[in-house]
Write a protein that binds this ligand. Structure first.
Ligand code: INI
Length: 163
């Protein structure tokens, strides 16, 4: 058996960045609350959480890129809510936001996690922002802590891969 690498749920000492979309702000501010609460519970210091608000999910990848390329953050958490109801460009906005976040993580090697809701209705989004089905912002924050600590543990492997 070779080495088994795992991340941790404790985020003490990590520096985290959050990008949150203002579109559907009632929902995204609940995602933000969920994410900040999860980071605090993981032991991330309040001063080590930087937040950037962007107009909508479409703009998330570019601001997330500014954070990821700054070299100062252990992970970037992306939060947004794209709701289908009557939006002809739902698929483009949702697809580009998620694909952009994924591409950024691969390009920079910095963990980028997605708490970007893509739902048919506002009700479904509300349910995933802290009501019935947990809080996807908190889930994205927990995933960011796990990936950031995994990256630290995998330091040598990541360095060999140029990440
Ligand atoms: N942005 C969202 O974050 N969620 C949406 O549901 C949404 N809809 O429905 O259109 C949305 N559109 C705005 C988009 O993200 C950009 O901010 C806008 O197109 C300006 O570039």
């Amino acid at each position: 058996m070779g080495t088994v690498y795992e991340g941790e749920s404790s985020g003490a000492g990590l520096r985290m960045a959050i990008v949150v979309a203002r579109f559907n702000e009632r929902i995204t501010s609940s995602l933000l609350e969920g994410a900040c609460g999860a980071l605090r519970r993981a032991g991330v210091a309040e001063d080590d959480i930087d937040i950037a608000w962007v107009p909508g999910a479409w703009e998330i990848p570019v601001a997330a890129g500014w954070f990821a390329r700054a070299g100062r953050y252990d992970a970037v958490i992306c939060l947004g809510a794209v709701i289908r109801g009557g939006t002809p460009h739902f698929d483009y906005v949702a697809g580009e936001a998620l694909a952009g976040a994924a591409a950024l993580a691969r390009e920079t090697g910095t963990p980028v996690t997605a708490g970007i809701l893509t739902t048919d209705t506002t009700e479904q989004a509300v349910e995933r922002a802290g009501v019935k089905h947990g809080n996807k912002g908190a889930d994205a924050a927990a995933a960011a802590v796990e990936m950031a600590t995994l990256r630290r543990h995998m330091g040598n492997v990541a360095a060999d891969a140029g990440a």
